[in-house]
Every structure is written in structure tokens, then in C-alpha cells.
Design a protein around this ligand. Structure first.
Ligand SMILES: Cc1ncc(COP(=O)(O)O)c(C=O)c1O
Length: 389
């Protein structure tokens, strides 16, 4: 009984500090709109940054071709047993070609990629250095890995250099891991500086482009493409579940690293492979997004305008991307703001600790290229009024 009492008490405590979570009651989601608790809202909390998930013509064409091909909806086994499929090879070839890299490996999700990669590649004689605000899945990967790890202050590359200099010669291998576009702050890693540091200290650099893919770079390959460092980063990961409007994730790397991961990465070996239906869809959306330069530009312009208006009203709005956080500090204000926006017809989720550090609660406005300014023009005033109250 003690167990049930304890977890009940812990849940009560979460309620008192506005950190209690529930699954929202979503009855439909289409285009820019979502119906939550029976209320139709403009969806400003989706990661479908290019609106590809709402391309009904593409979906209808794909569904037809798939039905005709009579493909299975499951792979029924790990990829290393009987779950492999020719679409895996086609998808990995397409990724390697797009990035101009030796090899690519597809994972079941970004979470699988991040919890499996560091444990596979590093050992107890190595050291992992991670940006303090890296995604929970990267942190979980570090906790599983045998290698010790340290976190450098968010985007503070002088701090990272101090840690690298202090660690040099004391470890077998140093690893640096960062997101490119930080998921909760919408700010950008300095990839050129990271490449310079990695080269100077002989470290291995892993960049998670979950929120960069589709949005940055001429062909949507992410911030690494925009910063012209695709060839210099050891491992670039991306997810299919965000701008690519599918499910799964991938990394591009050298053939040797791919071979090593296939032999050692537990979140690849001990899980059922993705179903062919998703691999084929990912292939299609990956190709489609690479030609969506117009949409990328429109999205970033929209975000810049929103950010500018919020900054003018005195809000703390970090970042330079399509993810626009409005920092409230207090959990209660984030919840209040989200609820006021909901009354006005906008869905912007409040983000609270432990997803973000203590006292840095926020609402996270996540834009998509299918939105126009008129859709969101009233946001800054509503946020301003609620902040003043
Ligand atoms: C930076 C980052 N990496 C990895 C993930 C996990 O990806 P997935 O949703 O495919 O598991 C996410 C978000 O969910 C993320 O924001």
C-alpha cells in the first residue's frame, strides 16, 4: 500500500505546482485546425512545420499506390531478424545521397536514436559533453551510457572549450552532443564554432536536427546545411515525426559507424522494425520537402514578424527560428496565458519544468508554413494584455 500512497501523494504535489499532465481530448486535427475538448482551435503546438501532414492529395496518392502494392502494415520482427524491407535501403540511400554522406541509418523514433547512440558509441573511458538544454532523449541516452558526462552552459562555447581543455588526454574519446535548433527555446547552435572545437580537441560531434530538418537549409537538410558543415559533423540525426510528417528518425554518418551501430545499438537491435507503410511515406515526404524552399522562407519570415511584435511589447522571446517561446517564468502565468489564448481560439501549450529548467515556464508557439500573418495577428495583443494583468 505504501507504494500507491506515495505515488498518489506525488501526483497531488504535481497538481499544487501546476505541473500535473493529462492527455488532451483531441477529436480531430486537420490543416491548421485542431478540435480539443470539443473546441475548434488554431493549432500552434504542432511540429508539422511545412504542413506536409495535411497534404491530402499526396496522402491519397500514396495510400492508393500502397494498397496496390499490397504492403504489410507491420514488419513483425526486428530489422536484424526478418523485419528488414527494400524500402529501408531506398530510404537510407535517399538520405545518404541528399546529405552527400557515405551512409544513413533509420531508427524507430528520435527517442530510439538518442537513447541508443551514445550507449553504443561510448564507454567508461570516454567523456560526453552536452549542451545543458539538450532534449530529454539525449539526457536519457547519457544516463544509459557507461561514459561519464558533463553539461556545458547553454550555447556557451567558451565553457565547452574549458571542459574540453580540462579533459584533453584524460579520456579515450571526447564526444560533443547538441541540438541544432533547441526545441523549447527556438535558438540556434553555433555549428561552425562546434566544428572548430571538435577539430581542435579531436572530439566526435553529434548534432540532433529534429527541429532543423525541413526548415533550414536550401534543401531542408537543417542548420548543418545552412551553416555549410554537413561534411564536418560526424553524426547528424533527424526525425521524420516533425517537418517530415511521418514517424521514425535517421542519422547520416560514415559507413563504418553505421556498421558499428547495427552491431551494437540496442534500440535498433531489440525493437520491431518500422512498418513498410511508414518507410514509403517517409521517402515521399523527404523528397517532397527538399523542394519546399518557398515554404521555408515564408515560415521563417512569419516567425521573425511574430518575434519582433512580442519583443516590442517587452516580452522575453529567445531564438531565431520557427519556434517562438514566450517566457513567463512562473508555471501559473504560463498556464493562465495558454488558457486565455485558448479562449481566443489558439492552441499554444504551456511548457513547464521538468521539460524546461525551473522558473523558466513558457508558452511555446510553434509555427508552420501554411499559416498567414492574419491567422496570428491578434496573438501579440492578447499575450500583452494577459501579461499586464
Ligand atoms: C531535439 C529532439 N530530439 C529527439 C526528439 C524525439 O523524436 P521522436 O519524437 O521522433 O521520438 C525530439 C522530440 O520529440 C526532439 O525535440
Amino acid at each position: 500500500m505504501q507504494f500507491y500512497e506515495r505515488i498518489g501523494r506525488e501526483l497531488d504535489k504535481l497538481k499544487t505546482v501546476d505541473q500535473y499532465r493529462t492527455v488532451p481530448d483531441i477529436s480531430s486535427r486537420s490543416g491548421k485546425e485542431i478540435v480539443v475538448n470539443g473546441q475548434k482551435l488554431l493549432n500552434l503546438s504542432s511540429n508539422d512545420y511545412l504542413g506536409l501532414g495535411d497534404d491530402t492529395a499526396m496522402l491519397a496518392g500514396y495510400t492508393r499506390s500502397f494498397r496496390e502494392g499490397n504492403h504489410a502494415m507491420t514488419s513483425s520482427s526486428s530489422r536484424l531478424l526478418t523485419g528488414n524491407h527494400p524500402l529501408y535501403a531506398r530510404l537510407e540511400e535517399a538520405l545518404a545521397t541528399l546529405y552527400g554522406r557515405d551512409a544513413a541509418l533509420v531508427f524507430n523514433s528520435g527517442y530510439h536514436a538518442n537513447i541508443g547512440m551514445l550507449p553504443a558509441l561510448s564507454g567508461r573511458h570516454d567523456l560526453v559533453l552536452s549542451d545543458r538544454l539538450n532534449h530529454a532523449s539525449i539526457l536519457d541516452g547519457m544516463k544509459i551510457a557507461e561514459a561519464p558526462w558533463q553539461r556545458y552552459r547553454h550555447r556557451d562555447y567558451d565553457h565547452l572549450e574549458e571542459l574540453l581543455a580540462g579533459a584533453a588526454d584524460r579520456y579515450r574519446q571526447l564526444f560533443i552532443v547538441t541540438e541544432s535548433i533547441f526545441s523549447m527555446d527556438g535558438d540556434l547552435a553555433d555549428l561552425a564554432r562546434l566544428v572548430e572545437l571538435k577539430e581542435r580537441y579531436g572530439a566526435l560531434l553529434i548534432v540532433d536536427e529534429a527541429h532543423g530538418v525541413g526548415v533550414f537549409g536550401e534543401r531542408g537538410l537543417g542548420l548543418c546545411e545552412q551553416a555549410d558543415v554537413v561534411q564536418k559533423i560526424d553524426i547528424i540525426t533527424g526525425t521524420f515525426g516533425k517537418a517530415l510528417a511521418s514517424t521514425g528518425a535517421y542519422a547520416v554518418m560514415s559507413s563504418l559507424v553505421r556498421e558499428y551501430l547495427l552491431n551494437t545499438m540496442r534500440s535498433v537491435i531489440f525493437t520491431t522494425a518500422l512498418p513498410p507503410v511508414l518507410l514509403g511515406w517517409s521517402l515521399l515526404t523527404l523528397e517532397r520537402q527538399s523542394a519546399m524552399q518557398h515554404e521555408r522562407e515564408a515560415l521563417l519570415q512569419l516567425a521573425a514578424r511574430l518575434r519582433h511584435e512580442l519583443l516590442e511589447r517587452g516580452f522575453e522571446v529567445p531564438g531565431e527560428s520557427h519556434i517562438v517561446p514566450v517566457i513567463t517564468g512562473s508555471n501559473a502565468l504560463a498556464v493562465k496565458l495558454a488558457s486565455r489564448l485558448r479562449e481566443a481560439g489558439f492552441l499554444c501549450m504551456p511548457v513547464r519544468p521538468p521539460t524546461v529548467p525551473e522558473k523558466s515556464a513558457r508558452i511555446r508557439i510553434s509555427l508552420r508554413s501554411t499559416l498567414e500573418w492574419k491567422d496570428i495577428a491578434s496573438l501579440p495583443a492578447i499575450i500583452g494584455e494577459t501579461g499586464e494583468q
